[in-house]
Design a protein around this ligand. Structure first.
Ligand SMILES: [Zn+2]
Ligand SMILES: [Zn+2]
Length: 146
């Protein structure tokens, strides 16, 4: 069995990126926090005390390199920040307007993985849904009961 770090190392190498310690740590963080859709800030803050030499710029540049190689997908659902998704199949995102949680929604989409639509080339495709998540709805319901 290969360790998770080994797996990520192979992945970086396969993508033509040198598996430096910082890149590996950033990738590991993304891998461990899939449901969080972290921002550059969140990743930096989580790693800063473990890796004193890391900077915001490093995290930012690393994510850009990952994005170029198709390792991460930017999620701009909140409209104010870029959140990152690690190497996932295309899926929809649901943003809760109450708690700010971003939830992955796996439903079949008629466009699917098409690279083209009616002769137009697709570069980006946003699958964003906004509303109130079931957890907040439940909380609201319970509040009204009392
Ligand atoms: Zn919510
Ligand atoms: Zn996602």
């Amino acid at each position: 069995m290969i360790s998770n770090m080994e797996r990520l190392k192979i992945l970086l190498t396969e993508k033509g990126l040198k598996p430096t310690y910082q890149r590996l740590k950033i990738l590991e963080y993304l891998d461990k926090h899939l449901d969080k859709h972290p921002t550059v800030d969140m990743i930096y803050e989580a790693l800063a005390n473990k890796i004193p030499t890391i900077s915001m710029t490093t995290v930012y540049n690393t994510l850009n390199a990952f994005q170029e190689k198709g390792l991460v997908n930017p999620v701009t659902i909140t409209g104010t920040e870029v959140r990152y998704d690690f190497l996932t199949l295309p899926h929809h995102h649901f943003l809760c307007k109450k708690c700010g949680k971003i939830i992955d929604i796996d439903i079949k989409c008629p466009i699917g993985d098409k690279k083209e639509i009616y002769g137009h080339r697709i570069d980006e495709f946003h699958r964003y849904i906004k509303g109130v998540c079931k957890y907040c709805l439940k909380k609201e319901k319970n509040k009204n009961k009392h």
